[in-house]
Design a protein around this ligand. Structure first.
Ligand SMILES: Nc1ncnc2c1ncn2[C@@H]1O[C@H](COP(=O)(O)OP(=O)(O)O)[C@@H](O)[C@H]1O
Ligand SMILES: [Mg+2]
Length: 251
C-alpha cells in the first residue's frame, strides 16, 4: 500500500480541501484511492457527501477495538473514505493517549484494509497523529500558503521530515504545494520564487490558485473537479495530481 501523508505547519491553509480533491483526481486516473481523516475536526467527510448525522469514524473503531473496515465509506467520486468520527473530549483524550502508547497503531490498522493508494489528512503542526502518519508515509505532501509566516516554518518542517522519514528505505520523498495563490500579489510571487529556489523540483509545478469555486464546492459537498471542472482551481489540481502520480509511479 502506498501512503501519502498530507501535512501543513498551519491550519486553514487548505490541507483538507487539497487532500480530497487530489484523491478524487487520482481516482479519476484509474487508481483505487482511499482517504483517511486523522484530524479531530472530522471535516474531510463533508467534502464527500457524507450523511451529516453519521458520527462514526476511526476513533470509535479504535476505542471499541474493531476493524476500521466498519468506518470505511464509498463516495460518489471513486474514492473511499474513513472519517475521524465525531467524538467527545474524553474520547479524544483517551484515543490520543492510546496512540502515544501504540506507535504501530496506524500501520496495523492500514495493513488490515485492502491495498489502495491511501492519502491521510492530518491536523496542522506536530501531534501524535502526525507522528504516526509520518512514521509510515511513503510520500509526504506539505501544503503551504504563500505568506511569510508559512515560509518561516520551512526549516522546522524539514527537520520533522528528516526525523520521521529521513533514513527509511520505503520513503520516496517529500514535496510541497502552494495553495490559495494569488498571482496579482507581489508577495505571493516572491514567496513562490524563494520556495522554488529552496526546494527545486520538490515544489509542485504549479500553485493552486485562490478560487471561490473551492469554497462553493464544499458548500455543495462535492469535490471541485465535479462541481466546477473548468475552474482555475480544478485545472491546477489536475496538474498537481499528474505530477503526484508521477512521483508515486517512479517508485
Ligand atoms: N485555493 C483556495 N481558494 C479559495 N478557498 C480555499 C482554497 N483552499 C481552501 N480554501 C478554503 O479555505 C478554508 C479552509 O480550508 P481547509 O481545507 O479546511 O483547510 P485546512 O484543512 O488546512 O484547515 C475552506 O473554507 C476552504 O474552502
Ligand atoms: Mg483540515
Amino acid at each position: 500500500m502506498t501512503v501519502i501523508a498530507v501535512i501543513s505547519p498551519k491550519g486553514g491553509v487548505g490541507k483538507t480541501t487539497v487532500s480530497v480533491n487530489l484523491a478524487c483526481a487520482l481516482a479519476a486516473r484509474g487508481h483505487a484511492v482511499r482517504i483517511v481523516d486523522m484530524d479531530p475536526q472530522n471535516a474531510m467527510r463533508l467534502h464527500l457527501g457524507a450523511a451529516p448525522g453519521d458520527t462514526n469514524g476511526l476513533i470509535h473503531q479504535t476505542l471499541q477495538q474493531v476493524s476500521w473496515h466498519y468506518a470505511e465509506y464509498d463516495s460518489a467520486y471513486g474514492v473511499s473514505f474513513i472519517p475521524y468520527g465525531k467524538a467527545s473530549e474524553v474520547e479524544r483524550i483517551t484515543f490520543e493517549a492510546h496512540l502515544a502508547h501504540t506507535p504501530n497503531w496506524l500501520r496495523d490498522n492500514l495493513a488490515a484494509l485492502t491495498d489502495e493508494l491511501t492519502l491521510i489528512d492530518t491536523p496542522p503542526g506536530p501531534s501524535v497523529y502526525v507522528q504516526q502518519v509520518l512514521s509510515i508515509a511513503n510520500l509526504v505532501l506539505v501544503v503551504m500558503i504563500p505568506d511569510a509566516g508559512s515560509y518561516a516554518t520551512l526549516d522546522s518542517i524539514e527537520s520533522l521530515l528528516a526525523y520521521y522519514c529521513g533514513d527509511r528505505s520505503d520513503f520516496y520523498g517529500s514535496y510541497y504545494v502552494l495553495n490559495q495563490f494569488d498571482g496579482d500579489r507581489p508577495l505571493n510571487r516572491d514567496i513562490q520564487y524563494v520556495m522554488q529556489s529552496s526546494l527545486g523540483d520538490r515544489l509542485a509545478p504549479c500553485p493552486i490558485h485562490r478560487d471561490e469555486s473551492l469554497s462553493e464546492a464544499l458548500a455543495y459537498q462535492q469535490p471541485v473537479l465535479q462541481y466546477a471542472p473548468h475552474s482555475q482551481a480544478a485545472e491546477d489540481l489536475q496538474q498537481v495530481s499528474d505530477w503526484l502520480q508521477e512521483r508515486v509511479a517512479d517508485e
